[in-house]
Design a protein around this ligand. Structure first.
Ligand code: GDP
Length: 475
């Protein structure tokens, strides 16, 4: 297999005909966490030699070139890199978000670090990036649960204090459906649609909840509309479904969901990863308050547990590879002044604390970072009635209120992002965080050199993320 690393001569030409090692990097996170933006920025910066002082191989000019090549898996859609870059740079709009699995192979040619400048020894690494919705990972615990358990848990969650209002329509519809009445396609579909609407509403900004299985109900991928994706929990499940009843129909579909959707996804994609980055939108949760923060923590624990080698026991096939590095990254740090970046990192540390404590990660190192894959803002100080306020400045995205400030001769909006607390624990306690004014900014204008070469996208600490994920594989 491609694991076989051929010992390379110092004569680089010979080596080109051999297999080169690859790293399969999983990129995940709940919807809108920033996966598409992250992958686009990572690839663009590597191809265009972006400024990455914290990424050692780039800093020491050891990367001779990086380019896209056909991906190894012919059956997986390709990540729409060119389209995304056109959106980001030419159209100055954010690219389309991740909706399903996609893949991209970036080949990196580099000089090995051990050459010491005497014998330059060249090498190549294939970086296979696998982009997929984090929602789908939250399905792993379902494999352990039968339909009755899934139903009881889902209904209990829907009736919890924070959700009951949003869930009321779904709950009253579910109450009307006797689980032992005759199976009826229309009734099942109606309840399923109503359940999906409730889950989607839980994701919205005011609640910003994260743990909402089944994952495909929020991110259906290519199986949208199929029976395996058309079921719902019932309020009055029994331990034994009557044959031909509504419950029997739901049960059958729930089992099909596990067999046809969840298991193949884990087997074909997750068990083959070497490294993983989990993106989180911590600020969205912070803005929604302590419940959302606690829920994000719960989701992270579940997401991370999918990468434990033992998690593979739930599946029919064994883990093929072992993930040895996981990076949990808070994105969109460009919404904060740099003074708060370390505090945001502390928030991420706090969120993964319970994951790292729990056993099973002995062989993987887990790190955290606060970053912006694409930096859309600049920093400034404004005078607020004699008080100096640190602000971030950017061009508001379409639909956002246009500000009245002029910076660098352009009409822009200055936002005082507010301070994150020193102690992240406060985010779990406070009634609500001091509301941050959250403005969506347009992607930055990317400069061109006099020769017309497009410079790479600006970022915050993307290089630090790359150093952790790839630095050791480019030695
Ligand atoms: P996905 O659903 O995980 O693929 O999320 P996207 O990559 O599509 O990102 C969702 C949205 O978050 C984008 O449309 C941007 O508005 C915003 N976003 C993502 N990354 C960044 C970033 O680094 N900086 C800023 N300012 N916004 C970002």
């Amino acid at each position: 297999g491609d694991e076989a690393l051929i010992a390379l001569d110092t004569v680089s030409e010979r080596a080109t005909s051999f297999f080169y090692p690859n790293v399969r990097l999983g990129v995940t996170g709940l919807s809108r966490a920033g996966k598409s933006v992250f992958i686009s920025a990572l690839v663009h910066n590597l191809i265009h030699g972006g400024r990455m002082p914290l990424f050692e191989p780039a800093h020491n000019n050891r990367i001779s070139k990086a380019y896209l090549e056909p991906q190894p898996d012919d059956g997986v859609p390709r990540f729409a890199y060119e389209k995304h870059i056109e959106d980001l740079i030419k159209n100055q709009i954010w690219p389309e978000s991740t909706r399903a699995v996609s893949q991209l192979r970036l080949t990196i040619e580099y000089e090995t670090a051990s050459g010491w400048g005497r014998f330059f020894s060249r090498n190549k690494l294939h970086l296979d990036i696998v982009d997929y919705p984090g929602e789908w990972l939250l399905d792993l615990p379902l494999l352990r649960k039968d339909f009755a358990t899934f139903s009881r848990e889902s209904i209990a969650r829907a009736k919890s204090e924070k959700r009951t209002e949003i869930a009321s329509e779904f709950l009253s519809l579910a109450d009307k459906l006797e689980s032992n009445t005759e199976a009826d396609e229309t009734a099942v579909r109606e309840l399923s649609d109503s359940f999906k609407t409730y889950l989607a509403n839980c994701r919205k900004d005011e609640l910003a909840l994260s743990t909402l299985p089944p994952g495909r109900f929020l991110m259906p991928g290519d199986m949208e509309g199929s029976p395996a994706l058309t079921f719902a929990p019932l309020t009055n499940v029994t331990d034994h479904a009557e044959p031909g009843s509504i419950q029997a129909m739901m049960e059958r579909r729930y089992e099909a969901y596990k067999t046809l959707v969840v298991k193949p996804f884990f087997r074909e994609h997750i068990t083959r990863l070497d490294r993983q980055i989990v993106l989180i939108d911590a600020m969205q949760a912070i803005n929604a308050g302590p419940d959302a923060v606690a829920d994000l923590e719960r989701a992270l624990v579940e997401i991370m547990s999918c990468f434990r080698p033992g998690a593979g026991n739930l599946l029919t096939s064994l883990w093929q590879r072992r993930i040895d590095k996981i990076l949990v990254a808070a994105t969109k740090a460009d919404h904060l002044h740099h003074e708060s970046h370390d505090r945001l990192e502390a928030v991420v540390d706090r969120l993964v604390k319970n994951v790292t404590i729990s056993a099973g990660f002995a062989n993987a190192s887990i790190e955290t970072v606060a970053m912006a894959a694409v930096r859309a803002t600049k920093e400034a100080t404004i005078d607020d009635g004699g008080e100096k306020l640190p602000v971030v400045v950017g061009i508001p995205a379409k639909g956002e209120r246009i500000g009245d400030e002029i910076f660098d001769g352009i009409r822009q909006t200055a936002v005082f992002p507010g301070d994150l607390p020193d102690d992240p624990e406060a985010l779990f306690r406070m009634e609500s965080m001091p509301q941050q004014r959250f403005v969506r900014f347009k992607p930055p204008k990317v400069e061109r050199t006099a020769e017309g070469i497009t410079l790479s996208l600006p970022h915050i600490r993307l290089d630090k993320a790359l150093q952790f994920l790839l630095g050791d594989r480019l030695q």
